[in-house]
Write a protein that binds this ligand. Structure first.
Ligand code: ADP
Ligand code: ZN
Length: 724
């Protein structure tokens, strides 16, 4: 038997199958130690065959006493290699806990001791010369087992002495670490509403992809759980994905309440040991519901009955560092492999997803009412230009201040959302709200301080910076943006004595600080929560009656073709945090551009209206879903070499454009961030027709790989989320 091995080295030069022989039998999916060149390294067995033409070496050893990679994950790895240009080693690494590699993790064990003789006999056996052993003996209970750490206080040698004399015996058992132990919420019993029941039926009966478009607070989680329930009853497993950061502890609570120990959590905010144990539980089928963020789409469960992506529009589902992948694509692969259901749930589905639903490629099911039977919270749009004209230069409008005051006096809670994203800023006229846009791409321009220019991040076109507003002639142009600290300070000044909490990247660097801040807010330890993107996601606080959005425009002018979509999503989602229980909620949106259609549709909770309008814009500008945008990033420590590679790349793409109709636009430029540490960065951006993807992508990948050389590194991204 010949074993096909992938060596665990992330490098294109060795990214292929190597043949090995082996004196003993090994299962496919095992990790092994193999000789490679003049060293030994770890590898994965991904297949077998009868014979080979090459002279083979023997596999040295099998590394684990279980098989870490399932047949499905092997198939996935082959798929990713072929279709997404992801190296075998990179995708296989995603299928196992990181610390398994290099044998850096073990199963956790706990020692138990038992007194095997009566204390009287023990005393005579110990004698008089071992006072520590005698002292320990007096402490321990004659009945049953006790944990060995209790005895450790008397010194290891005392314990060893008693073991050697046959007075104590020791047993070792394997234990599972349980992450976030106190998240063990009681199952809330609800009766599904008719629209929830209908959603469950539709999803369950569709062995394909279903889009669950349910307004915020419509009770999507209950729908997911009902479907999972059914699937588990068939003896199948489930994968439940939630966005990174904030949602997991809350979901975990609800899921543990419902499915108990059947839940296996895969999530980055855990220790390596915890992560390993949860993963093992899933691999062993002790747990059959995999719950986690993006990387849980690689959960080692088999016989999958349903895969659910909650808040499917969330950008954390796209991995933008190596290996670059779209969670939806992997979920789609697994759905086909298992012939099961895939659910894409959101109050604000991504345009790409909804477009497929409208075209009939996905099934669509809607939930239009909130589970608490209340109306959606009233949204009020405040024109900040009027505030300035009225002499109010504060970051809070008069309306928002009045509502904050009312909320605090009523003993309720408020959330203040600040949009802060990206690395560069746009220019805006403070008087009329004008923001300069690219004349070719319609995306807003980004201000580059270093050369005082305005640039389009898609086509690279540069513009002179403005001295005065071309619309109204005013010279009050703003570049800066407000941060969470400034807002905190202002609130402390305006509302002395009112407790304010803050949640952003700076406050959540430690492992469970996000969860801590959120639970402090849930426990009403503060009346106001100020935060960035992190507070947008599916939190369910019952006393929040006011949501304020400061500078809603910021994401509108983020230089990205998705900026309207993102803004609509964020406003709808953050508004959805208000009035979720039995208190009415209200939302105040501050903007310099109140006439923008994003606000008009968001205010009416008119997703369909927004979709139609935005979809038309995308069609006329040929942006996704009417195309795929491919970015080839070229980096080098040598600026000249990076530039030359970018020119070369550009020419190659031009050549493809001449040959094929599917590639219809090519641009080359410096990357938005010109230089990161010592590397100079250039990019070639290509627009291709969606239907030409299968034909063109392999060719583009191959060209980029070819340019990937000694001094230049290339990266290809399809529809990049965060172009920098
Ligand atoms: P979504 O994810 O759609 O925004 P959630 O799943 O968080 O909404 O549900 C919102 C709230 O409604 C939760 O507190 C949930 O427990 C409650 N809920 C869901 N379904 C029902 C129901 N059928 N009856 C009563 N309450 C429900
Ligand atoms: Zn442009």
């Amino acid at each position: 038997m010949i074993y096909q091995v992938i060596v665990d080295i992330s490098n294109s030069n060795v990214d292929r199958v190597f043949d090995y022989s082996c004196p003993f039998a090994i299962e496919e999916g095992s990790r092994v130690k193999v000789p490679f060149g003049n060293r030994t390294i770890e590898g994965f067995v991904i297949g077998t065959k009868e014979s080979t033409d090459v002279k083979t070496k023997d596999i040295i050893a099998k590394l684990d006493d279980f098989t870490p990679v399932t047949p499905e994950m092997i198939a996935l790895s082959r798929y990713l290699k072929q279709n997404c240009n992801i190296r075998y080693a990179d995708s296989l690494r995603l299928c196992i806990p990181g610390k398994l590699r290099g044998g850096r993790i073990k199963e956790l064990t706990r020692g138990f001791l038992r007194l095997d003789v009566s204390k009287e006999i023990a005393r005579t056996l110990i004698g008089k010369n071992a006072p520590k052993q005698l002292a320990l003996l007096e402490e321990i209970s004659p009945e049953g087992e006790f944990e060995s750490i209790l005895a450790a206080g008397y010194g290891q040698s005392a314990v060893k002495g008693l073991l050697a004399k046959g007075i104590l015996s020791k047993t070792v058992v394997q234990v599972r670490r349980k992450p976030l132990k106190d998240m063990d919420g009681a199952a809330k019993k609800v009766v599904l509403s008719p629209q929830q029941q209908e959603a469950v039926e539709t999803i369950y009966n569709n062995m394909g992809t279903t889009v669950l478009h349910g307004v915020t607070g419509s009770g999507k989680t209950e729908v997911y759980m009902a479907v999972i329930d059914r699937v588990l009853k068939e003896g199948k497993s489930a994968i439940m994905l939630v966005p990174e950061i904030s949602l997991t502890p809350q979901m975990l609570n609800v899921f543990r309440g419902r499915f108990g120990d059947k839940v296996g959590l895969l999530h980055s905010g855990m220790s390596d040991g915890e992560r390993f144990d949860e993963w093992m539980k899933l691999l062993n089928k002790e747990a059959t519901v995999a719950l986690g963020a993006r990387s849980a789409v690689f959960a080692p469960v088999e016989n999958v009955g349903v895969i659910i992506i909650d808040e499917e529009h969330d950008t954390s589902y796209v991995s933008d560092s190596n290996p670059r992948y779209h969670t939806h694509e992997i979920a789609e692969f697994r759905r086909k492999y298992n012939n099961c259901r895939l659910v894409l749930g959101s109050a604000t589905p991504s345009l790409d997803t909804y477009y497929k639903a409208v075209k009939g490629e996905y099934k669509l099911v809607k939930m239009t009412a909130r589970a608490n039977k209340r109306a959606m919270p009233e949204m009020e749009i405040v024109d900040m230009r009027k505030e300035i004209r009225a002499g109010n230069n504060n970051m809070f409008s008069r309306r928002l201040l009045a509502e904050l005051d009312k909320t605090i006096k009523a003993g309720n809670q408020a959330m203040i959302y600040i949009n802060r994203r990206g690395f560069a800023s746009f220019v805006r006229c403070k008087a009329c709200g004008y923001v300069p846009h690219c004349t070719d791409c319609e995306v807003s321009l980004t201000y580059h301080k270093e050369d005082n220019r305005l640039k389009c991040h898609y086509c690279g076109k540069e513009y002179y910076n403005l001295d005065v507003c071309p619309e109204c002639g005013n010279d009050k142009l703003s570049y800066g943006r407000i941060g969470t600290e400034t807002v905190m300070e202002e609130l402390n000044k305006l509302f002395p004595g009112v407790k304010v909490l803050r949640l952003d990247n700076d406050t959540t660097s430690s492992k469970d600080s996000t969860a801590k801040i959120l639970s402090a807010f849930a426990a009403k330890e503060a009346q106001i929560l100020v935060g960035t993107q992190m507070i947008v996601k599916g939190h369910d606080f019952s006393d929040v009656t006011l949501v304020g959005v400061l500078d809603a425009d910021l994401s509108l002018y983020y230089s990205d073709y998705r900026s309207n979509e993102t803004t609509f999503q964020q406003i709808t989602q953050v508004a959805g945090r208000a009035g979720r229980d039995d208190k009415e909620g209200s939302v105040i949106i501050q903007t310099y551009n109140p006439a923008h259609y994003v606000f008009r549709f968001a205010r009416q909770y008119d997703y369909e209206g927004f979709f139609e309008k935005e979809n038309n814009v995308r069609e006329s500008t040929s942006f996704p879903p009417f195309s795929k945008i491919v970015r080839i990033l070229l980096k080098s420590e040598n600026e000249e070499k990076a530039l030359r590679a970018a020119r070369d790349c550009y020419q190659r793409m031009r050549k493809i454009k001449e040959e094929k109709t599917g590639l219809f636009r090519v641009q080359a430029m410096r990357a938005p961030v010109k230089r990161i540490s010592n590397e100079f960065r250039f990019q070639v951006v290509i627009w291709i027709k969606t239907e030409a993807e299968k034909d063109l992508l392999p060719r583009i990948y191959a060209e980029a790989d070819d340019l990937n050389g000694k001094n230049v590194v290339t990266f290809v991204e399809v529809n990049p989320i965060n172009m920098r």
